[in-house]
Design a binder for this molecule. Structure first.
Ligand code: 1CP
Length: 336
């Protein structure tokens, strides 16, 4: 069994598995080389040979315990027939919001669009060493809603959402719940062993609406993972002191914390869950000694917990790969 699965399934604390969000990305020269020849980001995600190659790039460079399939959370609204564009400076954009097309998309067509993702998973699984894990992922419904409605640049998000037609939102959330489950199970059948659920914009939800937009939708996906024996890692970024309520209500196999969560508070209050991440990605941009001291601090705090080393968010494009290597090598020395 891989180190990561031992941690997730057996709550084994004898080792600390390590992987990074955005471990395949622009901080790697070999990534930039392929990316510069493939301007259309979605096309790149749907090129199964290249997606598999990009997934493997960080595995070749570093002694990581898991590969995360190179794809994006926005392949889902795309497969639900929205015109998603990745703009150079401002990120993803839904050029032509069309709720009818979205709601009317058939399972068969959705799965056909996403077939290259499953192919990429199959290919990667064949190349990946047996002691490494393969992680697949989905965006949580709320975070996808933000991109479907192009609301990321808005303040007062909850108000903006509430101005929309409530019944329309209910229908969208229901469709997402159903189709995200389809994507999860097809990724598992293709060879993925673990699912990470990214709720990157959970921190924008008003307190009184957390059940509706965050806890219930994440719970539904985690329950589905449990029924299908897939360990789940939830990342409700920005929830601050509501992380604890999230764990109690959603009950994921593991919880990924961001850099705003005090690791000591997490250690003392999060029960029956593996903890992942936490360290500020910005620390990888500066002094190597400081980055390694912070690595040490997280390892020490979580020495008696099932802990997966990762960051509080994705690796930043300006990161020096040499610092990443030093951290990976340090974490790999842990034996308890
Ligand atoms: O070259 C480039 O500019 C592309 C940058 C890039 C990459 C490397 C994007 C555009 N997506 C990805 C891959 C990606 N996206 C992965 C691959 C696996 C890995 O981690 O190595 C994953 C897991 C994601 C997930 C994703 N996409 C999230 C959730 C995680 C997070 O960062 O919070 C989100 C919010 C997205 C949307 C997205 N994709 C890309 C951009 C620029 C954005 C927008 C981010 C934003 O709105 O600020």
């Amino acid at each position: 069994m891989s180190k990561l699965l031992k941690c997730l399934i057996n709550k084994d604390i004898s080792c600390v598995p390590i992987w990074f969000m955005r471990q395949a990305g622009r901080y790697l020269p070999e990534f930039k080389k392929i990316r510069s020849k493939n301007q259309n980001f979605l096309k790149l995600c749907f090129n199964s040979d290249l997606a598999s190659e990009l997934t493997m790039q960080p595995m070749k460079r570093f002694n990581l315990d898991a590969a995360i399939i190179f794809s994006d959370i926005l392949v889902i609204p795309y497969a639900l027939r929205q015109q998603i564009e990745f703009r150079e400076k401002n990120g993803p954009w839904n050029k032509n919001l069309n709720i009818n097309k979205f709601l009317e998309t058939k399972e068969k067509d959705f799965l056909l669009t996403l077939k290259p993702v499953y192919e990429a998973i199959k290919k990667t699984k064949q190349t990946l060493k047996k002691d490494k894990s393969l992680i697949a992922f989905v965006g949580a419904p709320w975070t996808l809603l933000i991109y479907i409605y192009n609301l990321k640049e808005n303040h007062n998000l909850s108000e903006k959402i509430n101005l929309k037609n409530k019944s329309e939102i209910k229908h969208i959330l229901k469709k997402l719940d159903e189709f995200l489950k389809l994507h999860i199970i097809h990724q598992k059948e293709a060879g993925a062993e673990i699912i990470q659920i990214f709720d990157s914009w959970a921190g924008l939800i008003k307190e009184g609406e957390l059940d509706e937009y965050c806890f219930n939708p994440n719970r539904s996906l985690v329950k589905f993972c449990n029924e299908n024996e897939i360990p789940s890692i939830c990342f409700p970024k920005g929830l601050k002191n509501k992380y604890q309520e999230f764990i109690e209500k959603v009950k994921p196999t593991a919880i990924s914390i961001d850099q705003e969560v005090d690791p000591l508070w997490a250690k003392n209050n999060f029960k029956e869950v593996c903890i992942q991440g936490g360290m500020n990605p910005k620390l990888l941009l500066g002094n190597e000694r400081v980055a390694l001291e912070e690595t040490e601090r997280y390892l020490d705090i979580f020495k008696n917990n099932p802990y997966i080393f990762n960051l509080g968010h994705g690796i930043l494009p300006e990161t020096n790969p040499e610092i990443v290597k030093k951290i990976v090598d340090r974490v790999n020395l842990v034996k308890r």
